[in-house]
Structure formats: structure tokens, C-alpha cells
Ligand binder design. Structure first.
Ligand SMILES: O=C(O)C(=O)C[C@H](O)[C@@H](O)CO
Length: 253
């Protein structure tokens, strides 16, 4: 038995634009249903949802049969959390709150087995197909896709050095946190924030590093895609559910 190829990474590095959905629901039923909704990727967020590593496991299992590639956002740039998320079979991870090149290098090291990094070794995990993937240790480092998240003005200042870190495959800009950091909490649509988002993608394009972002409306998602963001979450599952429920109840009022 062979290791699974990371097709998200392959497509991203080939320059494809990949449209995804952000998942905060922490529901294996929702994960299974959404994984076949036609998105290229589905991100399970354990930073801003109540799911822990044990709860991520059934989400990854549920999404595995679908056409969307699973991505996990660990709660923090923490080598233990990253190791545990990789062990349960996530191949692509989005590491939040990376502020400078040193933090980006720490994230890279956490995702790599020695000698390239410091990831701890487990014999039988979902990642190694329970030890049956004979090529696993040979290809594991290569198949990890590391996306790092920029969330502050300080991190934007360091964008060039973060993007240049070997092993960083893509840079995701978090509009909500960036808005807060730039003094516009709750208003990522503010012109200062939008200008910063546009300048960030322009800079990343010049550096040849894929840029990602989260939108909460199709209009925003299309605009970000048109600006050159290459992996774009077009919405959040919980938000979609709430909007649809509110609309239905209003129609019945
Ligand atoms: O800054 C952002 O934007 C994010 O990090 C995404 C948020 O955590 C949130 O909107 C996800 O539901």
C-alpha cells in the first residue's frame, strides 16, 4: 500500500485557483455532505471552533470519500498540536498567527520528520495508513502542504521574509484579524483593510508564493480571486446554515 498523494499541494503549486469552504460546524455529517459540494477544499477550523484533535479525526474520515481536499487549521502554531493533526492524516495545514520568519521556520520544522524538522515519529497512524504505506517515511515530508496565516500589521511588514521561508507553500491572509490589527475590528470591508489585502496578494505574486483568503460572500470571493488570490474560501458552513435558516423563517413569518 502507498501513501496518499497531496493533490491540493500538487494543484496549488501547479498554479491552479482552488475554491474552498471553511467549516466550523465540527459535524462529521456536515463534513461528509460538504466534501461533495463541488469545492476544491474544505477547511476544518480548530482555532475558532470547539473541536479538539479527537473531534477532528471523524471529520477527516467523513471528508475522505468526497472530492474536496481536507485542510486543518490547528488552534495555534504549536509543534505538539501540529504533530497530532498530521498524525491523524491531515496533509495540508493552515497555521495561524505567524508573525515573522522565525515563527514560519518553527511551523515548517513542526511538520517535518528529522533531519529536516522535529516532528515526532509514530508507527501506526492514520497518516501512514496504519503503518501499511511502506513508502510513508520516504514521502511524508514532501506530501505535507504548509500554509501560514498572516493576521496583523506586524506580520504584513514581514510578509516577504515569511513567504521566502523554505517549506512555506502558501500564505493565507486572515481579513478579520487583519482588520482588527489595523484598527477596524469587525470591518474587513474597510478601504484600508481592502487596500492591504490587495497589496499583500500583489507582493505574494511577485514572490511567486500562492496567496489564500477567506470571504463571506460570493462577491468578495470573486473579487479576491480576480485580484489573484489562489486559494479562496467562499464562505463558512455555519454562516451558510444560519443565513438559510433565517431566510426560511422570515419567509414563513
Ligand atoms: O482573520 C480571519 O479572517 C480568520 O482567521 C478567519 C476567522 O477565524 C473566522 O472568520 C473563521 O470563522
Amino acid at each position: 500500500m502507498k501513501s496518499l498523494e497531496n493533490t491540493f499541494k500538487k494543484r496549488l503549486l501547479a498554479g491552479e485557483t482552488l475554491i474552498g469552504l471553511w467549516s466550523s460546524l465540527c459535524s462529521p455529517i456536515a463534513a461528509e455532505a460538504l466534501a461533495d459540494a463541488g469545492f476544491d477544499w474544505l477547511l476544518f477550523d480548530s482555532e475558532h471552533s470547539p473541536v479538539e484533535v479527537a473531534g477532528l479525526y471523524p471529520l477527516l474520515q467523513a471528508a475522505a470519500s468526497g472530492s474536496a481536499e481536507a485542510i486543518v487549521r490547528p488552534a495555534w502554531n504549536d509543534k505538539v498540536l501540529i504533530k497530532r493533526v498530521l498524525d491523524i492524516g491531515a496533509q495540508t495545514i493552515l497555521v495561524p498567527f505567524v508573525q515573522n520568519a522565525a515563527e514560519a521556520r518553527a511551523a515548517v520544522a513542526a511538520t517535518r520528520y528529522p533531519p529536516e524538522g522535529i516532528r515526532g515519529v509514530a508507527g501506526s497512524t492514520r497518516a501512514s495508513r496504519y503503518g501499511r504505506a511502506k513508502d510513508y517515511f520516504r514521502v511524508a515530508n514532501r506530501e505535507v502542504c504548509l500554509l501560514v496565516q498572516i493576521e496583523t500589521g506586524e506580520a504584513l511588514e514581514a510578509l516577504g521574509e515569511i513567504a521566502a521561508v523554505d517549506g512555506v507553500d502558501g500564505v493565507f491572509i486572515g481579513p478579520s484579524d487583519l482588520a482588527a490589527s489595523l484598527g477596524h475590528l469587525g470591518n474587513p470591508g474597510h478601504e484600508d483593510v481592502q487596500r492591504a489585502l490587495r497589496e499583500a496578494v500583489d507582493q505574494l505574486r511577485l514572490l511567486g508564493k500562492p496567496a489564500g483568503i477567506l470571504a463571506t460572500s460570493p462577491e468578495d470571493a470573486r473579487r479576491y480571486r480576480d485580484w489573484g488570490y489562489q486559494f479562496v474560501a467562499a464562505g463558512v458552513d455555519l454562516g451558510l446554515l444560519v443565513k438559510a435558516a433565517d431566510r426560511l423563517s422570515a419567509q414563513m413569518a
